[in-house]
Design a protein around this ligand. Structure first.
Ligand code: ATP
Length: 503
C-alpha cells in the first residue's frame, strides 16, 4: 500500500541505498543514484544472477556490448517504427500520462477491492475458508474479476489494432480522472517513441544520429556469430549480458520501478527451430526457481501469460512480483523466434546462420530470452525485506531482512566499550574478515543502538567484543532476524559467516 511504499522510499534514502539523481538541483524525474549501500546490494544481485546464469551453466557465456550501436540496428529490430507508448495529456493539469498505465491502475484498484473481500471472508470463516472457491463463486468478487478481464482485453485489442480512439473511449467510459487533480479533460491518445536520440562525431555535417540502447538484447544478437565461432559452442547455447538501457518513459512517482536510465540482465538462448515450446517452459521454470531460491515467499510471485504479443514473439510470460503497489512485472520470458537474427541478416546483408553438424545444414536459430530489470529486482528485494516488528518489551524495531547473500554489509564488528583494548581486538577481527566479506567497524553509541542501526541496514551479523574476549578469545555473534546471540571462538567466525552468506 501507499504507506509501505513511502516507508520504502524514505528508508532507502536514510540508510544510503538510493538517492534522487542531482538532488541539489531538485532532481531529475525518474532518474536515481545508488548510494554506498545501494551500490553493494545492486552488485550482489547482479553477481547472484551472473553466477546462476553464466558460471553454473557450461553452455552460457557472458559478454559486455557497447551502449552505442550502429543506428541501423534499431531499424532492423523494429524499435524505430514500433517502440511506442500510447500517451494522453490532461488539458487542465498539462500532465502527460501513459494511457495503458491509467487503465491498468484502474484495474489494480478493483483488484485491491477483491483482496479486501477475501480478507474479510477469511476472517469470518476462519479455518473453513477456501479461497479458490470463494473467489470463483462470490458474486461481488466474480463481478470485479469480470470487469478487470473485460477492461484489459479490450485495451489489449485496441492497442494491437492501433485503435487509439477506442483507448481514449475506454478511459472516458471508465471515468478515469487525472490522478493528481481529478480532472477528466483529456486530449487524444498519441503514440510516442521511447528511444533517446544523440549524436556521434564532432562536426555538424558528419555527425551521425544515434540512439541510446533501449534494451541490451540487440548487442547480443549482432554478436551472435562472433561469440558462437570463438567459443565454439553448439546449439543450444546462451549469451548473457548485464548493462544499462535507456527509455524516455512517461512516469509519475514510481521510484526505481520505472526509470529512464536502468539496468537489465538478459540472456538469449539460441535453439533449433521447432524446439521453442519446450525451452520456453524450461526457462520459465528455471527463472522462477532462481527467484524462489532467495526465500522471499512463493506467494509473492505469479506468472502472467501474455495474450497480446510483441511483434517479435510467439509466446511470452512475465514473472510478476507483489510490490507494495500490487503485482507487477519483474521479469519477462520471451520466445522471440528467428525474428531478430533474420532482421539483422536482411538489414546488414551478412549471414547470421549456424551450421548444425548433426543436421548437416545451416539455419537461423530461434531464440528464447529471459530479461529482468536489475533496479526492479532491487526494489522487489528491498521492499519485501523492510519490516517493522513489535518486540516482547512493547517497543518496535525496523529491520531490513535482506537475503544474507545479497546484504551489502555481512557483519558489523563492535567493541562493547571504547577502552580496555577492546577496540584493538575488534579492529583485528575486521582486518581478518575483510578479505572474504564486506564488514564494518562501529564503536559509536551504546551497543543496543548499534544493533538497531545494523538491523535497519540489513546486516545479518553483529559481532561484539567484550571483556570475556580478553580471557578466552570468544565473542558474541548476534543474528539479525532472530536477535539470538551465541558465544563463539574468534577463529570460527569466518566459517560461520560463510555458511550463511555463500550460495
Ligand atoms: P513494462 O511493461 O513494465 O514497461 P516491458 O515489458 O517494456 O516492461 P521489457 O522490455 O520486457 O519490459 O524489459 C524487460 C525487463 O526490464 C522488465 O521486466 C523490467 O524488469 C525491466 N524494465 C523495463 N523497463 C524498465 C524501466 N523503465 N525501469 C526499470 N526497469 C525496467
Amino acid at each position: 500500500n501507499d504507506d509501505q511504499f513511502k516507508k520504502v522510499i524514505s528508508h532507502a534514502k536514510e540508510y544510503g541505498y538510493v538517492f534522487q539523481s542531482s538532488e541539489i538541483y531538485d532532481g531529475l524525474s525518474a532518474v536515481y543514484d545508488y548510494a554506498q549501500n545501494g551500490a553493494e546490494l545492486k552488485k550482489n544481485i547482479r553477481d547472484y544472477w551472473w553466477k546462476a546464469m553464466v558460471q553454473m551453466n557450461e553452455n552460457i557465456v557472458g559478454i559486455d556490448a557497447a551502449i552505442f550501436m550502429h543506428p541501423t540496428t534499431w531499424k532492423a529490430s523494429g524499435h524505430v517504427d514500433a517502440f511506442n507508448d500510447p500517451l494522453i495529456d490532461n488539458k487542465d493539469s498539462k500532465k502527460r500520462y501513459r494511457a495503458d498505465v491509467l487503465i491498468e491502475d484502474y484495474c489494480a484498484k478493483i483488484e485491491a477491492k477483491i483482496d479486501k473481500e477475501v480478507a474479510k471472508a477469511e476472517k469470518r470463516f476462519g479455518d473453513a475458508f477456501n479461497k479458490e472457491e470463494f473467489v470463483s463463486t462470490n458474486p461481488r468478487v466474480v463481478g470485479y474479476q469480470e470487469k478487470i478481464n473485460a477492461t484489459l482485453s479490450r485495451m489489449a485489442k485496441s492497442l494491437e489494432n492501433e485503435d487509439l480512439a477506442d483507448v481514449k473511449a475506454l478511459i472516458e467510459e471508465l471515468e478515469i480522472a487525472d490522478p493528481l487533480t481529478g480532472s477528466r479533460n483529456w486530449t487524444d491518445v498519441k503514440q510516442f517513441n521511447l528511444m533517446f536520440g544523440t549524436k556521434l562525431g564532432a562536426s555538424a555535417d558528419s555527425a551521425m544520429d544515434l540512439y541510446l540502447r533501449p534494451e541490451t538484447a540487440q548487442g547480443i544478437f549482432v554478436n551472435f556469430l562472433n561469440v558462437q565461432k570463438t567459443s565454439r559452442l553448439k546449439i543450444p547455447f546462451g549469451i548473457a549480458q548485464t548493462g544499462k538501457a535507456f527509455r524516455n518513459e512517461i512516469v509519475a512517482r514510481q521510484f526505481i520501478f520505472r526509470m529512464r536510465e536502468f539496468e537489465q540482465m538478459e540472456m538469449q538462448f539460441f535453439i533449433k527451430p521447432g524446439t521453442q515450446g519446450e525451452w520456453y517452459e524450461h526457462w520459465k521454470e528455471t527463472r522462477l526457481k532462481w527467484h524462489l531460491s532467495l526465500g522471499m515467499g512463493a506467494d509473492n510471485y505469479r506468472f502472467h501469460d501474455h495474450e497480446k504479443l510483441a511483434h517479435y514473439a510467439d509466446a511470452a510470460a512475465d514473472i510478476e512480483f507483489k510490490f507494495p503497489f500490487g503485482f507487477k512485472e519483474l521479469e519477462g520470458i520471451h520466445s522471440r523466434t528467428d525474428f531478430d537474427l533474420s532482421q539483422h541478416e536482411k538489414f546488414s546483408g551478412k549471414k547470421l546462420q549456424y551450421f548444425d553438424p548433426e543436421e548437416n545444414k545451416s539455419y537461423v536459430p530461434y531464440v528464447l530470452e529471459t530479461s529482468i530489470g536489475l533496479d526492479r529486482m532491487f526494489l522487489a528485494v528491498f521492499s519485501n525485506s523492510l519490516v517493522e516488528e513489535e518486540l516482547e518489551n512493547g517497543t518496535t524495531r525496523t529491520v531490513l531482512k535482506l537475503p544474507s547473500v545479497l546484504a551489502p554489509v555481512k557483519a558489523a564488528i563492535l567493541p562493547l566499550v571504547k577502552k580496555d583494548g577492546l577496540p584493538e581486538i575488534a579492529r583485528q577481527i575486521v582486518e581478518e574478515l575483510k578479505w572474504d566479506f564486506n564488514v564494518i567497524y562501529d564503536e559509536k553509541d551504546a551497543v543496543g543502538r548499534r544493533y538497531r542501526r545494523q538491523d535497519a541496514n540489513g546486516t545479518p551479523f553483529c559481532i561484539t567484543v567484550d571483556h570475556d574476549t580478553l580471557e578466552n578469545n570468544t565473542v558474541t555473534i548476534r543474528h539479525r532476524d532472530s536477535m539470538e546471540q551465541e558465544r563463539v571462538k574468534i577463529e570460527d567466525l569466518r566459517a560461520i559467516i560463510k555458511q550463511e552468506v555463500d550460495v
